[in-house]
Design a protein around this ligand. Structure first.
Ligand SMILES: NC(=O)c1ccc[n+]([C@@H]2O[C@H](COP(=O)([O-])OP(=O)(O)OC[C@H]3O[C@@H](n4cnc5c(N)ncnc54)[C@H](OP(=O)(O)O)[C@@H]3O)[C@@H](O)[C@H]2O)c1
Length: 247
């Protein structure tokens, strides 16, 4: 593999992100390391900027990924571009398929998804990248604030699932590239379930971030854009900032 023959994974991810025009200018960078340990079955619910970036890297690492959104055609094309280990389905099919689900949707979609997916969410590990914004998502954002923040609200909206807040306040384009320089940037996470934390942490490392548990789901309210934890911080910086935040 060299600069004149770019890595097909990288091409797929860049195309997914609408950056294919930049391909020719980019040097070859390291491939995603193969999945260390058991491959997971991952349902990606919301296959836009965030979902496609994360799902693309996980598929390249050897996990089995199903993309889902409101457009099956889009997801079939995305899965074809990502290639091996990727497929497309409806949200219900992705929820049934995945032992781990990533939710990367506008937060206003969460109540409806929780209702329609219902029992399929029981005991699933849900990584929740979705953020409630009042100007985009309407009343559900105020309800999330009233409920103690997005972590507790997502757990309420997706009963039976083991929720991990993660990937909430770094740019999607960076999520597709962080595996090239792994471990430098920390990823603050909030969750209550030990097994979910272990599995999510492994998947986060494969994306290229070092996970830092800042507390239980009640701390999830700090995992949104604009909070002191938003943006790039080293794992040590995340520990320091989190110590100043009150649950
Ligand atoms: N963009 C970022 O840099 C970034 C970073 C961190 C976190 N976030 C958060 O992550 C979430 C996703 O952001 P994004 O930038 O990836 O958004 P996006 O590019 O607009 O993608 C949103 C995805 O959600 C799908 N979707 C919407 N309603 C749905 C429903 N009812 N059922 C199933 N799928 C549905 C959309 O499918 P259709 O197109 O078919 O409707 C689309 O695939 C947001 O809450 C955002 O705040 C974003």
């Amino acid at each position: 593999m060299n600069a004149r023959h770019p890595d097909p994974l990288r091409r797929a991810l860049l195309q997914t992100l609408g950056l294919s025009a930049a391909l020719a200018a980019l040097p070859f960078v390291t491939r995603v390391a193969g999945a260390a340990g058991r491959p997971e079955r991952i349902g990606v619910i919301g296959s836009g900027r965030v979902g496609s970036a994360l799902g693309g890297v996980w598929a390249a690492a050897g996990h089995e990924v199903m993309f889902a959104s409101e457009s099956l055609d889009h997801d079939r094309q995305l899965a074809a571009r990502v290639g091996a280990h990727a497929r497309a389905g409806t949200p219900a099919e992705a929820a049934a398929f995945g032992d781990v689900l990533i939710f990367a949707v506008p937060y206003r979609a969460m109540p409806g998804l929780g209702q329609s997916l219902g029992g399929a969410l029981k005991d699933k590990i849900v990584i929740d990248a979705s953020n409630p914004f009042a100007n985009r998502d309407g009343a559900i954002a105020d309800q999330a604030n009233a409920a103690g923040g997005a972590g507790l609200m997502t757990a309420k909206l997706l009963p039976g699932a083991h929720v991990v807040r993660a990937f909430n306040a770094v740019p999607a384009a960076q999520m597709a590239q962080e595996h090239e320089t792994p471990g430098k940037v920390g990823m603050p996470i909030a969750a209550d379930d030990r097994h979910a934390i272990e599995i999510a942490s492994r998947l986060i490392r494969e994306i290229g971030y070092e996970p830092v548990l800042i507390g239980g789901l009640s701390m999830g309210r700090f995992l949104v854009p604009g909070s002191p934890l938003a943006g790039d911080h080293t794992p040590e910086q995340i520990h320091s900032i989190a110590a100043t935040l009150k649950p």
